[in-house]
Design a protein around this ligand. Structure first.
Ligand code: GDP
Ligand code: MG
Length: 445
């Protein structure tokens, strides 16, 4: 158990109906006694005055004491629920610090909960993801992760992996000719099933990551093609200035929206062309910079003018591009010219609204978030990296198995896969990793 006692304001800064100061550690009980002037019964809400060292009341409200290990952090925890004003909460916090607590670092309550085995790492991360959710879907997936939906999937992989390792390592004790062929066939089948199961978890984790991090969509193209009009149509607001004058947009315009639960950031950019005008030059430079960072590029062109083959020349390599044939209201033919390019193409009119819904659906499909089931969960890039590393190790162990490289090699690669999976839930960690994760949390979490 950790030696010192930490304290922080747990509610958001600013004025609110209620504000909470949270204390965790061995001095919590003594602090509770000093602040409330009485011994608190465990887990029973108690209305009382909160006292300064002079005995004068600072505030009044509810005090709650949770003796460890039955608490959020697993340590003795005190919650002081006072009135939600920044000054009164500061005074309450100072009082706890005066009584021996020290200010908590960001995420330190969650870190202690993790270190004391109250939560695994994906669950601790899910707390941060839940409070930072920008859509109701991402909040729903975060609560599932918090309740262990993701951890259970990883544990199931690890269980299978341990069984497989035991099987493989058992064959190590026998000279090769004694290992029954049916035994090794059975192990190989287990390995193949494990690879398929990992693939499936990776696929779902990828969706979970998308729902958490959202999709950044950059609208680009020649001046006057209707980029700003498209932004306005997508966010259903008169957000960007639209004029018939080429070069209207110079600054980047960024809007957050939601498409079927997927958080999407749409960025409108200056039309890309060669220009001598200094401000516009800077706009074009910024537009190009965004293109390099986008998850998805919508390249808009004017249907009445057609797409000039050279326009797409400057796009970053392996960019994900959708061609947007705008102003289809201006062209007589309802048939689009055959699209000979490698890119997906959608015809729209920001004027009539034609095609905008298909574009929304297309964006959702491009994010790979369709058919999210009841078992879905949020995930982070860190989890995807670990799953990919684990999967790679499983693939090489399969190759080693099939080319009869020997059970020692297979066993080693399986161990590597288990290490990678263990990093997800936090069974295998480094201080570095923990520091990186918890330091991004808020103070008081
Ligand atoms: N007919 C028609 N005009 C459009 C459409 N979309 C945009 N425009 C017009 O095209 C001009 C340039 O639009 P704007 O959105 O400012 O283009 P940007 O320079 O690419 O941002 C404006 O006069 C718009 O009214 C469309 O779908 N149909
Ligand atoms: Mg514009």
């Amino acid at each position: 158990m950790t030696a010192d006692t930490i304290a922080a304001i747990a509610t958001a800064p600013g004025v609110g109906g209620v504000g909470v100061v949270r204390v965790s550690g061995p001095d919590s009980r003594a602090i509770a006694h000093a602040v409330t002037g009485r011994a608190l019964r465990p887990r029973v809400a108690r209305f009382c005055s909160f006292l300064a060292d002079t005995g004068q009341p600072i505030d009044e409200g509810i005090a709650l004491f949770f003796p460890g290990p039955r608490s959020f952090t697993g340590e003795d925890v005190l919650e002081i629920q006072g009135h939600g004003g920044p000054v009164v909460l500061d005074i309450l916090l100072s009082r706890c610090l005066e009584l021996g607590a020290r200010p908590a670092r960001p995420g330190e309550f969650s870190e202690r909960a993790f270190l004391n085995g109250k939560l695994d790492l994906t669950q601790a991360e899910a707390i941060a993801d839940l409070v930072e959710s920008t859509t109701s879907l991402s909040a729903r997936l975060a609560i599932r992760s918090l309740q262990g939906a993701f951890s259970r999937r990883v544990h199931a992989l690890v269980d299978d992996l341990v069984r497989l390792r035991t099987g493989v390592e058992a064959t190590l004790d026998f000279p090769e000719e004694d290992v029954d062929d049916t035994l090794s066939r059975d192990l190989l089948e287990q390995l193949i099933a494990l690879i398929a199961a990992t693939d499936q978890v990776l696929f779902e984790a990828h969706q979970g990551e998308r729902i958490r991090d959202g999709l950044s969509v950059v609208i680009a193209g020649r001046p006057n093609s209707g980029k700003s009009s498209l932004l306005n149509a997508l966010v259903q607001q008169d957000a960007a200035i639209v004029t018939p004058i080429a070069g209207t947009t110079r600054d980047l315009l960024r809007y957050d929206m939601e498409i079927g639960g997927l958080p999407v950031t749409v960025i409108d950019t200056a039309g890309i062309r060669d220009t001598q005008e200094l401000v516009e030059q800077e706009g074009v430079r910024r537009a190009r910079e965004q293109l390099a960072k986008a998850d998805q590029i919508l390249w808009v062109y004017d249907a009445s003018l057609g797409l000039d083959g050279e326009e797409l020349g400057g796009l970053p390599q392996d960019a994900r591009v959708t061609l947007i044939r705008n102003k289809i209201d201006l062209v007589i033919s309802v048939h689009a010219p055959p699209n000979t390019r490698e890119f997906h193409e959608i015809g729209i009119s920001t004027l009539t609204g034609a095609g905008i819904d298909s574009l929304r659906q297309h964006l959702r499909a491009m994010a790979g978030v369709q058919g999210l089931g009841e078992g879905s969960f949020v995930a982070r890039r860190r989890h995807l990296d670990a799953l990919r590393r684990g999967l790679a190790a499983l693939h090489s162990s399969k190759v080693s198995f099939e080319t009869r490289l020997g059970p020692e090699v297979v066993a080693l690669e399986l161990r590597e896969a288990q290490q990678a999976f263990g990093e997800i839930t936090g069974e295998v960690t480094s201080d570095d990793l923990l520091g990186k994760i918890f330091s991004t949390f808020c103070i008081g979490k």
